[in-house]
Design a protein around this ligand. Sequence first.
Ligand code: PBG
Length: 332
Amino acid sequence: MTIATRTRDFARTRRLRSSEALRGLVRETRLDPASFVYPLFVTEGHGLREPIESMPGQARLSTDMLAAEAAELHELGVRAVLLFGVPDYKDAEGSGAWAGDGITQRAIAALKQADPSLAVIADVCLCEYTDHGHCGPISARGEVENDAAIELLAQTSVSLAEAGVDMVAPSDMMDGRVAAIRGALDESGFAELPIMAYSAKYASAFYGPFREAADSAPQFGDRRGYQMDPPNVREAVREVAIDIAEQADIVMVKPALAYLDVVRAVRDSTELPLAAYNVSGEYAMLKAAAANGWIDERGAILEALTSIRRAGADILLTYHAKEAARWLRETR
Ligand code: PBG
């Protein structure tokens, strides 16, 4: 016997791991479907549930399919959705984004009619609506025009508010857009409508499947001139501070899993609610590995979602929302 064993002068951290009940008592982080936001892609047409190949389990839905979707989410305890419109018609300005009868506006109406208690959040960006796939109008020099873009984003936000949305979520990364949107909403009688800002949104390779889903890939160049450079973290804290100064109500870090240090840095820098977006490529990787039998699907997905909460996010935007809610219910 060693001295250490005889005198028991070492810590026995295993004592509190000996049963599920004890592990449950000392668990520091829990997942709750009430903090999930489920992204929804909405398309023109009727009776459509078009599977998105690179995102197994996800689909583009026509507006008449939304009532059933809302009922399913309600039943699972997922109380919020993030809407992405996938329009048929695109032009250089992205005018479909602020059309009164636009695809997202109609989707909002359908969801609020189906379930008024559902929090309907709309992504605000122009890339799904522009024929060139960039997040704002293009100047003669071939660059996205910041100040013209934020006017259009403000106009789009007012249109979404008029359609009955519960929150707008600008994802474009133009400078000054939160202030422009706040000002336009206030002037139009929507002072009570909150803004969830994609504050630290990186120019990430993990958006690939989304661009297939939303048909929003840039037709030339990339988004590195407006989205953040992946190696930077201090800059994320600054972006968040700027958006808070412009009156954002919720700030976001995106992507989530490859950016957990950024989630933590932002968490430590503000008292505002913090959202993290577990993006399409992160979803696709886990689903592909699971489909091949290379990882335990449920275990890996719940662990990944837990890690985002542990890093400090309050709100999880995730394509896993429905399956995770189902699994969490089964373990109760
Ligand atoms: C629109 C937008 C994108 C995502 C959310 N809003 C794509 C992009 O910036 O290219 C990505 C979401 C995902 O990958 O799940 N600008």
